[in-house]
Design a protein around this ligand. Sequence first.
Ligand code: 4AD
Ligand code: MG
Length: 426
Amino acid sequence: MQEFMSIQEALEKKEGNVSIRGWVYRVRKHKEKIFIVVRDSTDIIQAIVTKENPSLFEKAKKLTIESSLMLAGKLRKEQRAPNGYEIEVASLEIVGLAEPFPITKDLSEEFLLDVRHLALRSRRLVSSLKIRSTVLFALHECLHKKGFVQVDAPIITPITSEGGAETFKVDYFKKKAFLTQSWQFYGETLVSSFEKVYTIAPSFRAEKSRTPRHLTEFWHCEVEQAWASMEDMINVAQDCIMYSIKKVLENNQKELSVLGVEEEYLKKIKAPFPRITYEEAIRLLRKKYEIEYGQDFGAKEEKEIAKQFDNFVVITNYPLSILKFYHGEDPKMPGTGMNFNIFAPEVGEIVDGSAREPDLKKIKERLKKAKIKLKKAEWYLDSRRYGSVPHAGFGLGVERLVQWICKLDNIRDAIAFPRTLTRLEP
Ligand code: 4AD
Ligand code: MG
């Protein structure tokens, strides 16, 4: 068996004999010469076959876009070729001759999503997904270094933690069940065993809105810690974000360049992130347009606020009236929560967290006020019955972070097979 090297290794070798395998990225057939641009998972390289070798030339003539092949030859500098090198082909073997490839230039977004399994061969998608891989690894690493234990919870649950309207129902042997919206309730119970816990798992939202930043299935990094304050959680979330950016800068220079993301864009993010209260945010927004205290922020407001700081920004102390029942009330600012969001300039909300309400009586009042019957989640309140402690946590949307890092117009390209309102296939 011949020894193959990746295209990246071939490019690093700069000269001499190389053997590579991959797929036809582009092919240009002239009378005397055929230029084949080959891609593999690492990069692209140009190969040339000339008529001087007739049997080779006949073989190369058959090549179609996305055919798989193995080839060997001599590498040399060639300024006109992509990446500046070219292989003079000495041997060529077609492994799988491709049928006419359905993806050509100028196709609609919808069509490209129909053939997502093929579109995933594009350099842009490969790049954003490699960065996603770095980010996921970085989040795990950052949390492990801080002593957090990964404890996962069921995806099929009897509860709706974030609100009934946005849940996917599951027929669970004739019982009503849901796809999880958040691991949080489980996380809050787990702090009494592990103190510092986290998960990175899919969450599901039956979002009826079609926006560039909503998926119906997204990956959720959720953290919960005993004896912790909102302050502590802001710091953990901030460290997770900064560590992810650092790791992408270390490992993904090539991918960033394919995506057209400049280093400066990532390096301008500085910790500690600026911090303002909800009330201050409202005042900021009022300079631009009308908004009432007590109104929740949408994408427009979130991006506008973050734009003003040209950095990630932390917003704290939302009015309790727009918060979920589990967020604790801030004794220093009654009527507001010990809660926070982190907004990214071009994407908006990336993190949502708070110090939780630890008091059983108070949390029951909040539930009553919000007209929520926990029914199947009575067990959640046991965390307050048996040795309740102050605790705090947050959820970070993995694709939102990747979307920001990769400067993606649409969150879809931060995940391989996006699930959205209108998209279940492939
Ligand atoms: O703000 P959310 O809904 O908060 C929670 O679910 C809390 N229970 C988290 C916690 O405290 N453990 O979601 C948290 C984050 C958002 O800030 C956003 O980044 C992301 O999850 N997110 C989505 N990402 C993509 N598509 C969606 N439909 C998303 N919904 C939330
Ligand atoms: Mg939120």
